[in-house]
Each structure stands twice: as structure tokens, then as C-alpha cells.
Design a binder for this molecule. Structure first.
Ligand SMILES: Cc1cc2nc3c(=O)[nH]c(=O)nc-3n(C[C@H](O)[C@H](O)[C@H](O)COP(=O)(O)OP(=O)(O)OC[C@H]3O[C@@H](n4cnc5c(N)ncnc54)[C@H](O)[C@@H]3O)c2cc1C
Length: 525
């Protein structure tokens, strides 16, 4: 069979496609990346960058730039009936759980620019003005028909196709995969403005009304705010709508103290909640908005697409390089579909509560919601729970075929499928304390061994893909392991994406080898 023109055709250079391209580029692949638009999107769209995304950005080498460009969300101010009803502190709520224990406010355009710049370091360029128009799956490859910038078409043979092509995904439609769900009845508006008012600078401001809400997100630059809200019903259905049409309703509710100086971007949109019936059809995969769309509650959309890409990339790279069989790719849908479905359910419930027109919901929004949220978030356990859920650091793949626990895991100790916790450890006896996320790179598997002797590197059957870390006995190490409930003796085999694949008490080299050959099916080299 002739070699395909490319290992992976990535359709769509939004955040999801750019993340996938970067992750494949770092692993030595040269995917073909196309996008039907003429260049990167200019609008900020998504604004919240979650901790788990920043952890991945750190490994990609762009976290520092993201932090320098963005603003940390230090608090959320809840306003009801013209008064500040509560302030929820958000700064560092995930302290000890992540090197990035906060939500970063950074527009999607900036995120795309950072990933786009990094992509050039792997020698990969996006082919703009290039659209996927047809696709046929053949044995061993996919033939994709692309419309080129000059209007002509050409065929490309790709070993795999990654549909990162957004809510109206051509890859999904050409694969005949349904996208069940529905639109919400409300129409939303989003505006990037320069405004002055009661908003607490540099913090989130949530204005809760009997009939709805307005969110003010701080953006880069003085007095710059992203305003999001529900379009008043009398304005729905108009094609010529401008921000000026919406201003009276915002000011009517926020009071005369609010003044808008300018508006750089205004858009209205209907939100849908939908999930693809499958995330894969043989050699074609769906990621990001192509696979799932939901309300923006919780700033999860862009981040979930980035995590989809991170999950698929290491598997696709191993398969493309012949180190693992295609069966490894089955675990992409198996692991990411439940995440998407859970997200759809939770954002749907939260969203219905904040947009409901009912009298009771109005009362709840203006009289109760802010107080409950502020009261609950004063409790450390609630803070940590909320951080784990919203930051996506709590996502686990416990039910995946790649997750195996040899012994029952006690209480809150990390289990197979969990993201292995962030630790500060002395990796060498008498050596410096190091950040585990720096030591455990994401291009290898890592075997972490505590309270027992590490095995010989070649015994695990992972060849050059494995790094072994025996944690020396040391009071600082013991305290750190105890903090995350890791007992001794124990061992954890981490996948390249930092999730635990196999874990247990007493190290059993035969069990590791069995896991590698039977579950990962990796070819030792
Ligand atoms: C107005 C608005 C506000 C939003 N606000 C938020 C928010 O506050 N928080 C949040 O988390 N999310 C928000 N979102 C959602 C967020 O923008 C998406 O989740 C995110 O863009 C998904 O990224 P993606 O890469 O999967 O898809 P997209 O960003 O949609 O990128 C898909 C890319 O594929 C390309 N493409 C499509 N079809 C083809 C084809 N046939 N051939 C070649 N290329 C193709 C498109 O040109 C596009 O560049 C908002 C969305 C909108 C529209």
C-alpha cells in the first residue's frame, strides 16, 4: 500500500486543532493543518483558561507568555438589586493542587496566537483558505478532497483525520455522525467594551436580575470589559442589531453609574447543547466543538477541546510511529465522551438556573444565589472541590481500559485513571526539592516508586518510552506523599498525559509488563 501523504490531516485551526498540531509536532509528526478561514480569528470568544490547560501550556513552553498576557481572576463580585451581595475570593483557590491554582482570563484570540507561534517551532504552518469538502475512507487511509485558496480542489491521502472543525464540523457530517441536542430558547449577546461603573476592577462582576443576568469579565487594558447577557426579547430576530440597542437595557438594570465609552466587538448567538453520537469513525476523530457544544457557564468549552487534543495526541503519535496498534485509539472516545456528557449535563443544569424566566428562579437569583455561593466558598473543602471540578484537574479516566489498580486504593489516594497529583519532591537523596510536573515530562511514561526498590528500566517493556523515579526516603518526601494520601510501599505508572495507568502497592514487574503488552499493547524497542 502506498504511504499516505500525511500521518494526520487536522481540519480546523481553532484552539483544538492548534493544540493537536503542537502536541503532534513535539512528538516528531508533521500533520497537515488546514482551515477554511483566511487567518486566525480576531474575536476573543472564550475568555477563561483553566488550571489544567495552563499545566499543559507549561509543558508546551507557552505558560509564561499566557500568564504575562492574561489576568488572574482574583474574585467574583455578585451584585443583586443594585447592591454588592457577595464577593467570592477566587485567587489561589487551588493552592497546593496545581502550579496554577487560579483561573486565568485570556481571550481565545490570544490563546490561538500563542499556540500558532509555537507551531512554527515544529516547522508546521496552517494552510489557510483551505476547506475540507469531501472525504472517503479507504483501507489504510482516508482520501480527503480539499478546496484550495485558488478555488481548485486536490486530494490528500491521510492515515488519520482529526475533525477540529467546530460546531458545524464537516468531518462529523461527512462521517454521518449525528449531533443530537437542542438550542436554548434565549439569544445571547457578547460585547467587548470600554466601560466605567460599579464594577470592581480586575475582578469578575456578576449582575443578577429578576429577569436574567449580566456578566462583566475584566479584559486587558484600562476599563476594558467583556459583557455577556441575554438579549431582551423585543430585540430578538433583528439583523441590524448593534451594541447601542442593548445598552439601555443594561443601564436600566445596572443604574446610571454605568457608562460605555466604546465597543470593539458585538455579537449575538444562540447557544446549543449537543454531543456527537460517536467521537470516532474508523480513521476519523472528532474533537472540541465538533464533538460537543454547551453553554459557556463555567468557561469550559475551549478548555475541553484542548484536553480532547491532549488526550488523543500521545496515542496518535505512538500509533503513527508504529509503537502501538490502532486499538490504543479506541480509548480516546472511551475516555473523552463521558467527560463531554458529564459537562453537558452539569452546564445545562447550571445554565437553566441562571436563565430561567420563572418567578421562583428570579427570586433565587436575586435573593439567595449570591449568599449561598459566598457562604459555601468560604469553606476550604468546598473551595477545593469547586476548583477540582472547574479547573478540569479533577477529570479522571477511572473506567478506561487503560486504567488498572492492582490493589484497592485507600480513601483519597490517587487511583488508576486520575491525574497524578502535583508534588514537590526530592528526587535524589540530599538533592533539591523539585516540581514533579517539571520532572515528569509528557513525552514519556513515568514509573514512580515509593518505599521500595525501583526495577531495572528494561524490565517494564516500554524501552526508551519509560523514565523511572524512585522517591528516596526523606522527611520532606514523606510529608508530601502523605499530603496526597500516597502510602508506602506503592508505585504508579503514569501515561504521558500525566494520568495514572497502573498502580499498586508492592511493585510487581510482571504485572507492569502485562499491563504494557495487554492494555497499552506497546511495542518494546
Ligand atoms: C460568541 C461566542 C462566545 C463564546 N464564549 C465562550 C466563553 O466565554 N467560554 C468558553 O469556554 N467558550 C466560549 N465560546 C466557545 C468557544 O469559542 C469554543 O468552545 C471554541 O472555539 C472551540 O474551539 P474549536 O477549535 O473546537 O472550534 P472552533 O474555534 O470553532 O474552530 C474550528 C475551526 O475549523 C475551521 N473549519 C470549519 N469547517 C472547516 C472545513 N470544512 N475545512 C477547513 N476548516 C474548517 C473553522 O474555520 C475554524 O477556524 C464562545 C463561542 C462564541 C461563538
Amino acid at each position: 500500500m502506498p504511504r499516505p501523504d500525511t500521518d494526520v490531516l487536522i481540519v480546523g485551526a481553532g484552539p483544538t486543532g492548534l493544540m493537536l498540531a503542537n502536541q503532534l509536532g513535539r512528538r516528531g509528526l508533521r500533520p497537515l493543518v488546514i482551515d477554511r478561514h483566511s487567518g486566525p480569528a480576531q474575536q476573543s470568544r472564550a475568555l477563561g483558561v483553566q488550571a489544567r490547560t495552563l499545566e499543559i501550556y507549561a509543558r508546551l513552553g507557552i505558560a509564561d507568555r499566557a500568564l504575562a498576557l492574561g489576568k488572574r481572576a482574583t474574585g467574583a463580585n455578585m451584585w443583586a438589586a443594585g447592591r454588592r451581595a457577595a464577593r467570592i475570593p477566587l485567587g489561589d483557590i487551588g493552592k497546593g493542587l496545581s502550579p496554577f491554582p487560579f483561573l486565568l482570563i485570556l481571550g481565545q484570540d490570544d490563546n490561538e496566537a500563542l499556540m500558532g507561534e509555537r507551531l512554527r517551532d515544529w516547522g508546521i504552518a496552517v494552510h489557510w483558505n483551505t476547506e475540507l469538502v469531501a472525504m472517503a475512507q479507504e483501507p489504510g487511509h482516508v482520501v480527503a478532497t480539499l478546496r484550495q485558496p485558488d478555488g481548485t480542489t486536490r486530494s490528500v491521502a491521510a492515515a488519520y483525520v482529526a475533525g477540529c472543525d467546530g460546531a458545524r464540523s464537516a468531518v462529523r457530517e461527512l462521517s454521518g455522525i449525528g449531533f443530537p441536542g437542542a438550542p436554548y430558547e434565549h439569544v445571547f449577546f457578547v460585547a467587548d467594551t470600554e466601560a466605567v461603573g460599579t464594577m470592581v476592577p480586575d475582578e469578575l462582576n456578576v449582575y443578577l436580575w429578576r429577569d436574567g443576568f449580566h456578566l462583566f469579565f475584566p479584559m486587558r487594558g484600562p476599563d476594558r470589559w467583556r459583557v455577556v447577557g441575554i438579549l431582551p426579547s423585543h430585540l430578538r430576530g433583528r439583523d441590524d442589531l448593534t451594541f447601542a440597542d442593548v445598552v439601555p437595557s443594561i443601564r436600566g438594570e445596572a443604574g446610571a453609574a454605568l457608562a460605555f465609552r466604546s465597543c470593539a466587538w458585538f455579537s449575538t448567538y444562540r447557544i446549543h447543547h449537543r454531543a456527537a453520537e460517536r467521537f470516532r469513525d474508523r480513521r476519523c476523530f472528532l474533537l472540541g466543538d465538533a464533538a460537543h457544544i454547551h453553554s459557556p457557564v463555567g468557561a469550559q468549552g475551549m478548555n475541553t477541546g484542548l484536553q480532547d487534543a491532549y488526550n488523543l495526541a500521545w496515542k496518535l503519535a505512538l500509533v503513527a510511529k508504529g509503537r502501538a496498534p490502532p486499538a490504543l485509539l479506541d480509548t480516546y472516545e472511551e475516555e473523552r465522551m463521558p467527560v463531554a456528557r458529564r459537562l453537558l449535563n452539569t452546564t445545562d443544569r447550571a445554565f437553566r438556573l441562571v436563565v430561567s424566566d420563572s418567578w421562583l428562579a428570579g427570586l433565587f437569583r436575586t435573593k439567595i444565589l449570591a449568599r449561598i455561593a459566598a457562604f459555601a466558598m468560604r469553606r476550604e473543602r468546598v473551595q477545593r472541590f469547586a476548583f477540582r471540578v472547574v479547573s478540569q484537574t479533577g477529570i479522571n479516566y477511572r473506567k478506561s481500559a487503560l486504567s488498572e489498580s492492582l490493589d484497592a486504593v485507600a480513601g483519597a489516594a490517587p487511583d488508576a485513571g486520575d491525574r497524578f497529583p502535583w508534588l514537590k519532591l526530592r528526587f535524589q537523596a540530599g538533592g533539591p526539592i523539585e516540581d514533579s510536573f517539571r520532572t515528569f515530562d509528557d513525552l514519556h511514561f513515568h514509573l514512580v516508586v515509593a518505599g521500595q526498590t525501583a526495577p531495572a528500566p528494561e524490565s517494564a517493556g516500554l524501552g526508551d518510552l519509560l523514565r523511572i523515579h524512585a522517591i528516596p526516603a526523606d522527611p520532606a518526601n514523606d510529608a508530601e506523599l502523605a499530603r496526597v494520601r500516597i502510602s508506602k510501599p506503592s508505585f504508579y505508572l503514569l501515561r504521558p498525559d500525566g494520568h495514572v495507568g497502573l498502580c499498586g502497592g508492592i511493585l510487581d514487574v510482571a504485572a507492569i509488563k502485562r499491563y504494557v503488552t495487554e492494555r497499552l499493547k506497546i511495542v518494546d524497542r
